[in-house]
Design a protein around this ligand. Sequence first.
Ligand code: SF4
Length: 365
Amino acid sequence: MKYIEGFRNADAGKQFAREIAIEGVKLATQNRVIRLMEVCGSHTMAISRYGIRDILPDNIELLSGPGCPVCVTDAAYIDAAIELASRGHIISTFGDMIKVPGSEQNLALARSDAADVRVCYSPLESIELAKDNPDREVVFLAIGFETTMAPLTTLIPRAVREGVDNFSLLTAFKLVPPALFALLSDPAVNVDGFICPAHVSTIIGSDAYRPIVEKHSVPCVICGFEPLDILYGIKNLANQLANDRPVLENQYSRVVKPQGNKTAQKLIETYLEPTDASWRGIGIIPQSGLVIRQGFSKFDASIKFSVSTEGGEPDINCRCGDVLRGTIRPSDCPMFGSECTPANPVGPCMVSSEGSCAAHYKYAR
Ligand code: SF4
């Protein structure tokens, strides 16, 4: 507890706020407004929860990015899960997927219509569920970024070891670095620096962001999730930009290493292979996803049952794609807080506990 308190120290926070204000003045003398994107949904939540936006100078803006895995999951993926349930299969999922809208409905509505959708707390429960229901298929909804992939891939060898054939994964795995490159190539996106994710970076390593700095001269600072971590990262990004010195910094070096977690990387490489991936509201980003390798395709529900997980028709009025690209704020969406609320979400950004719209609704209305 003392350790955590150290990263929430009020005096240190005030000092960082003063130092950020000094960088803001430097930028103002250059007539500059800078826009920093927090890539990760957990950062979005922490920034809103601790009111960090409120203490920044007017010329340092924070934008939320595409790092909430639930938010970037296509409507077609939900449609596919509902389709699989309609064929009599058991769908096993973490709770945050239940309310994500598909093209016509979400899994909660499908469940009220007799679909067998079970919420699990550990993916291992899905294998036990399959053993308990040998006459039915159990499909686990496996979405997420690099952090989640490695532990989920271990389900495959476990199912092999335990002789469980009625188990498969419906995957929607996504990679963070290709998404950052895609944002920087998007003319509508205006980002001066990245607050890079913490958990993802523990897996891929800080060096994974070096090409972004080298190719685009956009500074990257990897930050932890505590308020002082984030303030320190903002201060350093502002300082780099004010001094025109874009570099990669690893503020979260107590956890993130330059080369990342080799064991997790090996697991990912063994069971998954790169593919183009569709990001909800953003579109296809080349080589930004991973699918189960051919040798293990009997565990890939999309192949086993011939369902597509891309495309779909989300509500055309939902602006999640713009929110995830940082081109609008959640409150700019006409449905924010009226038709769209956490109790009645229209888009995934209002569903997820890491979603920008949910964070703004909870802390910044
Ligand atoms: S407020 Fe709702 S409808 Fe608007 S962008 Fe956010 S999730 Fe989509």
